[in-house]
Structures are given as C-alpha cells and as structure tokens.
Design a protein around this ligand. Structure first.
Ligand SMILES: [Fe+2]
Length: 198
C-alpha cells in the first residue's frame, strides 16, 4: 500500500493540495480539471515555497524534485530544474497536466506524432506544432493525446525551474522519448532526484 508523500512543508502548498482534494474528485473531464486548478496553480507559481535544496541545478541534466504525490499515485507535483543551454529529450507525459515557469526562461517545442507510433519497432514520426518562449508565470497545459509531446530548453543565464502538476506519478511513469531525426522512440522513466519509485 502506498501513502501520500509531502516533501515540502509550506502553508501555500498545503492550501493548493486542499483545493485539489476538494475540487478534483467531482470532475471527470480533463479540460475541466485543468480549468478548476488553473488559478490556484498560477498563484502557487508566484510563491516562494520551494526549499533551496529542491531548486538546485545538477550540471548537464534536467533534475526532477518531487514535492508531493498522493496515495493513489494519480497526482504529482514536482519541480524540474534545467541548467542553462540544457534541454530535455523530446518526451511525452501520458497524463493531463499543468506546467508553469517558476524561474528563468524556457524555449518549448511542441510536437505531434504522424500516424500511430510503432512502439514494438521503436519507430515514431513527429511533426513540429509550435515553438514557445515561456517566462515566469506562463502556464502550458497537457491534454493527451493533444499537447502531450514536447521538449524544453533553458535559454536564460540562470537555471530554469518549472512546476509540473501531473495526473500520474510522472517521475515513475514509463513513458517515451523521441528522436525526430532518426524517427525513433524509446521507453524511459525519468525518476526523481529525491524520491524512489517502487
Ligand atoms: Fe514535459
């Protein structure tokens, strides 16, 4: 049996979790879940609630720090810290979500697959949908199968930090990383710097 894990003790975060606990159970549609949390999520982005140890960049990689996940593991909040000039692979999430910039500036490229990916043979073709420059307070939403594939690069001189609220346990979820040049796809699990996956 799993239990909820709260790795940050802060009243603003407690209030956000209360809002989620109160609103989400009565909502089925992903679009409505996103709408119901958008304002509170935006408010949280402006609060200095992430402890210093979970804002630390790790040279060369994107670091994911778990802040909260519920017992059912269908809700997780994490901070992703990306050093300057470093990018994530092109990846999917396989759950609805809200992603907001907390520090620095990010360049995001959004993709979609052309046809069904052939996961058995690790093949997937992508087309680029949009390129976005994201500043502090900017929020993007994930609504699989739409807007679920992207890559993020830090373009500010300081590391970027984005806050990710996902409808799964994102660090422990087996998902996919894509390579647009070779039309290939592989399964990966991103993990958390500060929490285990069972
Ligand atoms: Fe992402």
């Amino acid at each position: 049996m799993t239990i909820a894990e709260l790795l940050v003790h802060d009243t603003e975060l407690d209030q956000f979790i209360e809002v989620m606990d109160h609103r989400l159970p009565s909502i089925d549609a992903v679009e409505e879940k996103i709408t119901a949390l958008h304002e509170s999520f935006y408010f949280l982005l402006s609060k200095d609630f992430i402890p210093r140890e979970y804002k630390k960049d790790i040279p060369g990689i994107f670091a994911q720090y778990l802040l909260y996940r519920n017992a059912e593991r269908n809700l997780s909040l994490m901070a992703m810290v990306v050093p300057p000039k470093i990018s994530t692979p092109i990846h999917n999430h396989l759950a609805w979500g809200l992603v907001g910039v907390y520090q620095g500036t990010q360049r995001e490229i959004v993709y979609e697959t052309i046809g069904e990916p052939d996961l058995e043979h690790n093949q997937a073709q992508l087309r680029t949908i949009s390129e976005n420059i994201l500043e502090i307070g900017d929020i993007t939403t994930l609504e699989p199968p739409h807007n679920d594939i992207h890559m993020i690069e830090t373009i500010s001189e300081e590391p970027s930090i984005s806050l990710h609220l996902l409808g799964n346990d994102i660090g422990c979820q087996a998902r996919h990383a894509f390579d647009q040049e070779s039309n290939s796809v592989r399964q990966f699990t991103s993990g958390y710097v500060n929490a285990e996956c069972n």
